[in-house]
Design a protein around this ligand. Structure first.
Ligand code: PLP
Length: 394
């Protein structure tokens, strides 16, 4: 078998892209001062921070005043749900939301305050149930939260329609777009009242993100107590270098996300991988098959052997893959996403997620297939396995 290294865990995090690295270094040498300081040399940091806000706003299709820089999607999601809970009522969210939405929803709205929208067996939210929730007289939701693209399966939700329907009913709609941005065009996202994203999912640095707030939010949100940064919305010294790097990554990835040919090529490689895997490993099942999915992700349920054995042995062969959500992988928790799709606990324990990035090439998918078949033989034969790669060099 070929001995190579291929990173198939872009849904967990991505490597910093060259543009982001350069922007970060430039910002640290030219504009490292505190943007809130009053002397003229710090004014440069302030000016550049506002320019980065304008650039992000343009790339995301909204006014700069709607952009609040955060530490990432977890913080943004928490902020939206805390804000919504302060208005009373209930939260309506899909049953396949990331824990960064589900956990704060249950925490802030409490038992009886959360309605989870079911999905079909492909992982798509049932539009009729959402409509019924919106139309129930006298119980207008405080917020509806349905993600754009699922972190485990890559299944895409009809967020444009959801945004339109929520707007019709005057209900604020929050879209967690952490797995959408950088993979698909951002056009239209700003139609949602609230949008959250994390830079490290699209080639930017970790610990930086954007929260798009509703247009005309003039009173400060005070997401944290402290200084009046971010127009009073979020306290804490602004991380201009991080923001500059995020803006650079956003611009760099916008090209890939809008390039239909590049996306078609990525999905052709992924689809060929899946059909060859199903042919060579009978019993393999593709999760979310038949639904619209991100072109770069494949979640499969492999036959017989538990996921951790596969992940470990693939890792020894230089292939970085995951069991699903990075935050719960390896912790033995059943996946609420797969559960909501009606997949039983035993099969869930055999789920593997392969998430590629713009730098992934066809040969990486072919190498992954080869490695999977090799692992399969080893697991079936029960032979003690030896690492195939010098792991110290990775
Ligand atoms: N939302 C989705 C859909 C995600 O995939 C993730 C991370 O995997 C998050 C939110 C949380 O992002 P972060 O850990 O960067 O805050």
């Amino acid at each position: 078998m070929s001995v190579s290294f291929a990173y198939f865990d872009h849904h967990a995090t991505t490597p910093l892209c060259l543009e982001a690295r350069e922007a970060w270094l430039r910002a640290h040498s030219e504009a490292w001062m505190n943007p809130s300081s009053l002397y003229p040399s710090a004014g440069r940091s302030r000016r550049l921070l506002e320019e980065a806000r304008e650039e992000c706003a343009e790339l995301l299709g909204c006014e700069p005043a709607r952009i609040v820089f955060t530490s990432g999607a977890t913080e943004g999601n928490n902020a939206v749900l805390r804000w919504a809970a302060s208005r009373g009522g209930r939260a309506v969210l899909s049953a396949v939301e990331h824990p960064a939405v589900r956990e704060p929803a249950w925490q802030f709205f409490g038992d009886g305050g959360v309605c989870e929208l079911p999905v079909d067996e492909k992982g798509v939210v049932l539009a009729d149930v959402l409509r019924a929730e919106l139309e129930t007289p006298g119980t207008k939701p405080a917020v509806v939260s349905v993600m754009a693209a699922n972190n485990e399966t890559g299944v895409l939700q009809a967020w444009r329609e959801t945004a339109a329907r929520c707007a019709e009913h005057g209900v604020p709609y929050h879209c967690d777009a952490a797995q959408w941005i950088g993979k698909r065009p951002a056009a239209g996202l700003a139609e949602c009242a609230w949008v959250t994203l994390s830079a490290h999912k699209f080639g930017g640095p970790k610990g930086v993100g954007v929260l798009i707030i509703p247009a005309g939010t003039f009173s400060p949100l005070r997401l944290r107590a402290g200084g009046p940064q971010e127009s009073g919305h979020r306290a804490g010294t602004e991380d201009y270098p991080g923001v500059a790097a995020m803006a650079a990554a956003l611009a760099a990835r916008a090209g890939w996300a809008a390039d239909e040919q590049a996306r078609a090529k990525a999905s052709a490689w992924r689809d060929a991988f899946e059909s060859r895997l199903m042919k060579h490993l009978p019993g393999t099942q593709v999760v979310g098959s038949g639904a619209l999915r991100s072109e770069t992700v494949s979640m499969v349920i492999v036959p017989r052997h538990p996921q951790l054995k596969w992940v470990t042995r693939l890792g020894e062969r230089g292939f970085c893959v995951s069991t699903g959500s990075a935050c719960s992988s390896g912790k033995g928790n059943p996946s609420p996403v797969l559960q909501a799709m009606g997949i039983d606990a035993e099969a869930m324990g055999r789920a593997l997620r392969f998430s590629a990035g713009p730098e992934t090439v066809e040969a990486d998918w072919e190498g992954l297939l080869e490695a999977l078949l090799d692992v399969w033989e080893v697991l079936e034969s029960g032979v003690r396995d030896r690492p195939k790669v010098d792991l110290s060099r990775l």
